[in-house]
Design a binder for this molecule. Structure first.
Ligand code: ATP
Length: 438
């Protein structure tokens, strides 16, 4: 990692902590193995990403339905899916300090920490175990899901029977997944508990490669469009890289990693895989799908676009963090910003200004009058400081109520990116902001 890159990651981590985006988990007890908690601003950013994703890929499509399945499933699921046997990373241990590393993440035979000799690689299963019920024996051993995907396969028939969908169609889900990662790290990039947004898109049995390749290419474009247009990441920071066969997951016939230039290194942001009929065949003895016209029963094939929520948050933070002359700005897309607007009375000690500012604040927040924006209110310190404080958390607009407001019923609206100020009538404010924010 280059020094300046290291630097920018440190600055983002520190901003996240200072302003309430992301805290170290269990901090007052010394933390827990690279776990993190999303604070008041972080949860807004994360929810905005998840909601926009759901709207785009579920609500706006005729060929997609959602589910929200249990995190702990019958252990037979993981035996059938191959995870108990195959879901492992190669691990090497330092003979001197006993620290463990992923074999594919170290470049030499020496320990990156102490220089000691690294042992031979062995496979380490990533499934996170726990016990269900009152006894802690092998009969009660269960696993937290390592991906949301399997419940979409296990529930396939139930979804089909209740929605009467015809292929091609997809099942989408967002939710937590757990992996006992050998080396968690790089802030929220690799944690043992994380969140995914996944789609399993079911297609007819391909007669030729071009049949599934067409759908694969379509989803590759959709993922690109989401990354650039919905998250607002810069095109030059995103790279589609096809995985070599030896690096593909056990179920995949083709995988593309969508990589992002994180400050520490270029790494996987999302993945797109052709899972064939591997999963449905593993879970269903009989073909679960019947063609309505021909009556033919078969196992649909699957294209899987998978998106990490936490890596989305991290990429968005890295991409939008800008240091300008005397301010730090998060140039977030307005749709992602935790607060859309901040309202300030010019002076805290003038009750008539505070009362008017509160009136505007309530109007903007109220979904039956305004647009139900998430709005901040700040009356501390001078206006310049308040602007900079909002810039740092990405609030696109600040509205100031001053003495002229009391006379003319207009306010100053200041734009985060251009820092330009405009005078807008209060009656036009909601339309003005709607126009700029949507
Ligand atoms: P990696 O190669 O980085 O270990 P992977 O290829 O095992 O990742 P997938 O199984 O494809 O990851 O998981 C789908 C998505 O879930 C990833 O693209 C990533 O966004 C997210 N993800 C996977 N593991 C983690 C983790 N430990 N922490 C945070 N996000 C993760």
């Amino acid at each position: 990692m280059k020094k300046e890159e290291n630097n920018s990651m440190e600055k983002i981590v520190s901003l996240c902590k200072r302003r309430g985006f992301i805290f170290p988990g269990s901090e007052i007890y010394g933390g827990l193995a690279n776990s993190f908690d999303y604070g008041p601003l972080g949860v807004e950013l994360k929810n905005n990403i998840k909601n926009i994703w759901w709207k785009r890929f579920v609500h706006k499509r005729d060929d997609m339905v959602g589910i929200d399945a249990a995190l702990i499933m019958n252990p037979k699921v993981w035996a059938s899916s191959g995870h108990l046997k195959e879901f492992a990373d190669p691990l090497v241990e330092c003979e001197k300090c006993k620290r463990r590393f992923r074999a594919d993440h170290v470049n030499s035979k020496k320990c990156p920490d102490c220089g000691g000799k690294l042992g031979e690689p062995r496979q380490f299963n990533l499934m996170l175990k726990t016990f269900l019920g009152v006894t802690e024996d092998s009969a009660s051993t269960v696993y937290f899901r390592p991906e949301t995907a399997q419940s979409m396969f296990v529930d396939f028939k139930n979804v089909l029977d209740t929605t009467r969908r015809k292929i091609p169609f997809g099942i989408a889900q967002t939710g937590k997944a757990f992996r006992n990662e050998v080396t968690p790290g790089n802030f929220i990039f690799r944690t043992r508990e994380f969140e995914q947004m996944e789609i399993e898109y079911f297609i007819p049995v391909p007669k030729k490669d071009a049949d599934w390749e067409k759908v694969f290419d379509y989803w590759q474009k959709e993922m690109w469009d989401w990354t650039v247009n919905d998250l607002g990441l810069k095109k030059e920071h995103i790279h589609d890289c096809e995985c070599e066969p030896e690096n593909r997951a056990h179920y995949s016939k083709k995988t593309i990693d969508i990589e992002y230039d994180f400050p520490f290194e270029k790494s996987e942001l999302y993945g797109l895989a052709y899972r064939t009929d591997f999963d449905l065949k593993n879970h269903f003895e009989e073909p679960p799908y019947e063609d309505a016209e021909s009556g033919e029963k078969f196992y649909p094939h699957v294209i899987e676009p998978t998106f990490g929520v936490d890596r989305s948050v991290l990429a968005v933070l890295c991409d939008s963090y800008v240091e300008e002359k005397d301010r730090v700005v998060l140039k977030l897309k307005p749709s992602l910003a935790p607060y859309k607007v901040a309202v300030f009375p010019l002076l805290k000690n003038k009750p008539e200004l505070v009362a008017k500012a509160k009136e505007v604040y309530i109007q903007l927040r109220n979904p039956s009058i305004g647009s139900g924006f998430n709005v901040a209110f700040d009356d501390r310190g001078n206006i310049g400081k308040r602007y900079y404080s909002q810039d740092e958390i990405g609030t696109p607009f600040c509205v100031t109520i001053d003495f002229d407001t009391l006379e003319n019923d207009d306010v100053t609206v200041r734009d985060r990116d251009t820092m330009k100020q405009e005078r807008i009538k209060i009656k036009d404010l909601i339309d003005y902001l709607n126009d700029k924010l949507c």
